[in-house]
Design a protein around this ligand. Structure first.
Ligand code: FES
Ligand SMILES: [Fe+2]
Length: 364
């Protein structure tokens, strides 16, 4: 696996808001075990989950108001990370501080900033406000742990041609013939898949005659480095998109380690198209597809690759890989730039935005 392939100066999903309570809760993010809990005022605190005495995990300790007491010898830390009590230190509280992490609660999620604290800018949190629009229903809370590098999951989501083979309910062979349009901005990659006049997917045969044709689209927007929104829709051939069945799904990836990832997901649809019960069924279908179909194949790929980086294995690059290849290149540039700029007061911008139809892109 390539070293340093995490972008640290970025917001990552630490968990759904409902997961973080006044009880101590830990999650490993970018290889660091982090302790989360809600303070008395309801704000989220995030601290390194490791006591600097004998390195006991602090989540085995006790929350006492807005501080945490280690469960081994009782060192106590406030939410600034300062050691404020040491019952066994004979009156001399060690001058010790543990790392804290900027946190922000937005879109029903707790976000954590993994880089230099002075660069934490909440305007850089992925914009998921469409899931909170008043005319939309949202089924959230999906979580899956995957024993796979996060970039392999991004590859999977930016190349939905796999649905033809992995998801028999959602996909069919029409997925292999999609017209692709790829657009990039300095921190996004969007892969639009347009499938006019394609065979209706099996999961929609209750709404369309089996074997009939539909216009189908699946547009995936990646906010670098790891958060995605899928915009999907199905319409009668040549029909207006405003009469279509549409929705959007979040795919939010947080690297746990080089070979494991936290996968948070949700789905939303316009209120006039889906009841709460319909949406729960769709959310359950997401869970089934990700757990029983995507997870086994991507984890198997990871096992076959071991810890070797994908690109160093010289993989065949197919047209549908185009978006993922661009996303990887862009992220590699961002990581390189971050390493170059480490310690500087300001950051440089990224590449010029670009758009291409498939066939215009270079896969080299
Ligand atoms: S390990 Fe935490 S106080 Fe000893
Ligand atoms: Fe999939």
């Amino acid at each position: 696996m390539a070293a340093h392939n995490f972008l640290k100066n970025s917001w990552y999903v630490a968990g759904w808001s409902v997961e973080v309570t006044k009880s101590l809760f830990s999650r490993t993010i970018l290889g660091e075990s982090i302790l989360f809990f809600r303070k008395e005022d309801g704000q989220v605190a995030a601290l390194a989950n490791r006591c600097p005495h004998r390195f006991a995990p602090l989540d085995m300790g006790t929350r006492e108001g807005d501080s945490v007491r280690c469960g081994y010898h009782g060192l106590t830390f406030d939410t600034e990370g300062r050691c404020i009590a040491a019952p066994t230190a004979r009156g001399r509280v060690p001058d010790a501080t543990i790392r804290t992490f900027p946190c922000e609660e937005r879109h029903g999620l707790v976000w954590v900033w993994m880089g230099e604290p002075h660069r934490a800018d909440v305007t850089r949190i992925a914009d998921l406000s469409e899931f909170e629009a008043p005319d939309v229903r949202h089924a959230s809370g999906g979580y899956l742990h995957c024993a796979v590098n996060y970039q392999l999951l991004i590859d999977n989501l930016l190349d939905l041609s796999h649905a033809a083979f992995v998801h028999p309910i959602f996909g069919n062979m029409s997925m292999c013939e999609a017209e692709l349009t790829i657009k990039t901005t300095p921190d996004t990659v969007r892969v639009d898949r347009w499938m006019p006049g394609c065979e209706v997917p099996l999961y929609l045969t209750g709404l369309f005659q089996p074997g009939s044709q539909v216009d189908h689209w699946l547009d995936m927007l990646l906010y670098q480095p790891t958060n995605m929104i899928l915009y999907f829709g199905v319409a009668a051939p040549g029909g207006s998109r405003k009469d279509a069945i549409t929705g959007l799904a979040s795919h939010l990836l947080t690297p746990e380690s080089e070979t494991s990832t936290h996968y948070f997901y949700s789905i939303a649809q316009p209120r006039h198209l889906a009841t709460d019960a319909d949406l729960q069924i769709a959310h359950e279908a997401q869970r089934t597809a990700f757990t029983l179909e995507d997870k086994p194949i991507v984890e198997a790929c990871q096992r076959m690759m071991g810890t070797t980086d994908l690109m160093s294995l010289n993989p065949i690059i197919l047209p549908d890989d185009s978006g993922a290849v661009r996303a990887r290149r862009m992220l590699a540039r961002m990581v390189r730039r971050e390493m170059t700029n480490a310690g500087r007061a300001t950051d440089d911008g990224d590449a010029t935005p670009e758009t291409s139809q498939i066939g215009e892109d270079s896969f080299a």
